[in-house]
Design a binder for this molecule. Sequence first.
Ligand code: C2E
Ligand code: MG
Ligand code: MG
Ligand code: MG
Length: 288
Amino acid sequence: FVLLAGLLLALIVASVSWLLFSLRLRPGKEILLGIKRNEFHVVYQPLIEAATGRVYGLEALLRWTHPVTGPIPPDAFITYAESQNMIVPLTRHLFRLVAQDARLLCCHLPSGATMGLNIAPGHLSASGFRQDVNEWIASMPPAHFNYVFEITERTMVAGQKAAAVFDWLHEQQITIAIDDFGTGHSALIYLEKFSFDYLKIDRGFVQSIGMETVTSPVLDAVLTLARKLNLKTVAEGVETEEQAAWLIKRGVTHMQGYLFSRPLPPEQLIQYLQKQQAERADAQPAGS
Ligand code: C2E
Ligand code: MG
Ligand code: MG
Ligand code: MG
């Protein structure tokens, strides 16, 4: 009996330590499991054209609701996924989810509306990137959206390789936005070296509008620079009318923020778009 109990105990110890070991070896497994269990979904935040106040396009933002810990902020799980080499499967999953939602969304948006996706540097330089992008485009409603890949400044450091990928993206009619401009390396040389289409000004700058800080002159200069380089500008995190008015006066071309809408799941976004349309129709004089 003692022998049997001992054997059983040894077996338990072995299997527990194997479990711990394998979890330690592949902690990114949680992400794969989350994909399999359908724990991810995408919310969409409208981008507003400054000149007209109309919805110009969307930014897709990934959400993860973990069964045990609940919602995990994307900044946290994206960093985690990158560190665990899970960004490629995660972005492929994002592509799938966006393609599903797009079928629902496209008839509520005018043709040519932008669809922006955040692409992590790790995926951009992965060998299967071009094939993933081609497959994604093939799975999207044909000729409806203009695609924008949002890339943070970090990516630019990759240099020559990044330039080739950006050229290829442009050949596929995909435009490129520098995300969170002003928070990363901010090497201005990259603005000349690579051809970008949009410059997304980080929320931090927008928040300082109206306050007596040194940031507003910097923001002013960034907008001037963008104009000279022929870049469209998107101000992120616009929360007040005062900020919007200031930005429009300084020539920002697009805005995004809670003032207009939070990121919304597809069904709620459709309601938002319908409401916008109804308000516009009301504002039009009858017969026109
Ligand atoms: P981001 O690409 O700069 O996205 C904008 C973030 O600002 C979003 O946060 C959005 O919810 C938030 N935001 C928008 N308007 C306002 C506002 O008026 N006020 C405030 N306080 N916040 C506003 P979120 O969704 O938490 O995403 C955080 C970051 O995580 C994103 O920053 C992006 O870098 C990353 N991320 C999100 N989804 C993905 C994804 O699918 N792939 C990758 N690689 N990164 C993603
Ligand atoms: Mg973004
Ligand atoms: Mg940003
Ligand atoms: Mg950000």
